[in-house]
Write a protein that binds this ligand. Structure first.
Ligand code: NAD
Length: 491
């Protein structure tokens, strides 16, 4: 088995204990990752703090940081195949879903924030005071704790790293215990960008043992968290002890609304493509199809045909329609959601259980699954499954579609499928979601902010808003012409 070390202050270090990381295609462990606790976290945070306050990083100009970020993008692209192979091994995500991002949008992310680094300016507020010069400057926080989920560790880490570093912070990354290897290897390859020691540190381990001491560390000045709503709540509460601010990128139960004016195949392909290819393991997976009643039956009939054509495959196989579930506990959880939906009276018309392993092995595949006769009170209409399970509901008019879409704790993303673009835009204004897609789904790029409404989180990643998460404002008052008068003048 491959044994990994954690990274603090430029040094790769061992822990006494390790955790096994599984290969979801084989259904067996392939790597050992360090089981970091409070002591290792403290070492990493102190190293990050030192790099922020003293080392060469603290003396770099914003233009200099931009230059380093550009170099990081080049190094990322040059090592893309190696990184994608590790991530595929560790979480079962199809290599074809990882690799283009590493050489495309994620490399662009470094370039985008490299360009922004020396273009974010302060202001000179019009105070109306003749002798006062008041100006504001954007100031980095210091040490950022970046805690990430297992479904897309590289993507999530880079979406945090690029703006955090562009703004001048240093970072301690804490990937998920279920898929830490690609983040550790990312940190290793980024050393080729000549980043000063301590600017990026990586600790690995369990949420309670490693994540929590990181969030609670007094030298951590901001937490950027991606994970479940439950995890986010625990992190926000722990951060509250030090009043440490957080950005929260959490889960969803995103609706895809299908109107009767859309070409049926386009709608079916769009809705199925909005959930099944990554086996539903995407935060924005469109896991609720709200379908106009007049086309409901035809839509479901065609959907079942299309879903029936999906074939599981090795995540390294470019022909695989879908790949395994990333880890065993999550596989069991998805099957539990399916059983609960059946018990609640939803009707399963496609899939409904484990899929046969393409090689007869032990990996964790779940069939793309479709439930109809779903009502709004059922768990399958309300809870995030984070798996290949689509709940189909009916609506009669626009108002009902909006009401159903918004009747959710979550508000991460939504899709609208309609030939009437005016309707698409009208509805986009009424849906409570951080991202709304009209006649497309899943697209993202570094220039456009993403994030949640309601229990899907707060704060944004990507875009200028993503940079602003990593700076605070300082307001400086300079008196250029008067001198203080005696504060207690004699009567
Ligand atoms: P999770 O909440 O279980 O864990 C996320 C991370 O938090 C892990 O690194 C974990 O170790 C850590 N953690 C857990 N408890 C902690 C605690 N008390 N203190 C500090 N750290 C703690 O989530 P997960 O199962 O890894 O990921 C799946 C979830 O992530 C889904 O809900 C999905 O929708 C969401 N997600 C959201 C986005 C987004 O951008 N909105 C992107 C990807 C995934």
């Amino acid at each position: 088995m491959q044994a990994y070390q954690y990274l603090a202050g430029g040094e790769w270090l061992d822990t006494d204990e390790h955790l096994e990381s599984d290969d979801p295609y084989l259904g067996a462990p392939w790597a050992l990752i360090p089981r970091c606790g409070a002591a290792e976290v403290d070492r990493a945070v102190r190293a990050a703090h030192l790099a922020f306050t003293e080392g060469p990083w603290s003396r770099l100009t914003a233009t200099g940081r931009g230059r380093l970020l550009r170099r990081m993008g080049e190094v990322l692209a040059a090592n893309a195949e190696r990184l994608a192979a590790v991530e595929t091994r560790d979480n079962g995500k199809r290599t074809g879903d990882i690799l283009p991002g590493l050489t495309g949008g994620l490399r662009d992310s470094f370039d985008y924030y490299a360009g922004l680094a020396d273009k974010v300016e302060g202001t000179v507020p019009p105070t109306g005071r003749p002798t006062i010069l008041n100006y504001t400057t954007p100031v980095p926080y210091g040490v950022i704790a970046a805690i990430t989920a297992w479904n897309s560790p590289l993507l999530i880490a880079i979406q945090k790293l690029a703006p955090a570093l562009a703004a001048g912070n240093t970072v301690v990354l804490k990937p998920s215990e279920h898929a830490s290897a690609s983040t550790l290897e990312l940190a290793e390859v980024l050393a080729d960008a000549d980043l000063p020691a301590g600017v990026i540190n990586v600790v690995t381990g369990l949420g309670a043992e490693c994540g929590q001491p990181l969030v609670e560390h007094p030298l951590v000045r901001k937490v950027s968290f991606t994970g479940s709503a439950e995890g986010g709540r625990a992190v926000a509460m722990a951060a509250a002890a030090n009043l440490t601010p957080c950005t929260m990128e959490l889960g969803g139960k995103s609706p895809q609304i299908v109107f009767d004016d859309i070409d049926l195949d386009a709608a079916v392909f769009g809705v199925a493509g909005g959930i099944f290819p990554p086996s539903g393991q995407s935060c924005i997976a469109g896991s609720r199809a709200l379908v106009h009643e007049s086309i409901h039956d035809a839509f479901v009939e065609r959907l079942v045909e299309v879903v029936g054509e999906a074939r599981p495959g090795a995540p390294t196989d470019p022909g695989a329609h879908y790949a395994p579930i990333a880890n065993r506990p999550h596989y069991d959880r998805i099957l539990g959601h399916i059983a609960a939906a059946v018990a609640d009276g939803a009707r399963c018309v496609a899939g409904g259980g484990p899929a046969a392993h393409p090689d007869g092995g032990d990996g964790w595949f779940v069939e793309p699954t479709v439930f109809i006769d779903v009502t709004q009170d059922m768990a399958i209409a309300r809870e995030e499954v984070f798996g290949p399970v689509l709940a189909v509901l009916r609506f009669t008019d626009e108002d009902e579609a909006v009401a159903l879409a918004n009747d959710s704790l979550y508000g991460l993303a939504a899709g609208i499928w309609s030939a009437d673009l005016a309707r698409g835009i009208r509805l986009a204004e009424r849906i409570e979601a951080g991202t709304v897609y009209v006649n497309n789904y899943f697209d993202a790029c570094p220039q456009s902010p993403v994030g949640g409404f309601k229990a899907s989180g707060y704060g944004r990643e990507n875009g200028i808003a993503g940079f602003e998460e990593f700076v605070q404002t300082r307001s400086v008052w300079v008196d250029v012409g008067s001198r203080p008068e005696h504060p207690f003048p004699p009567a």
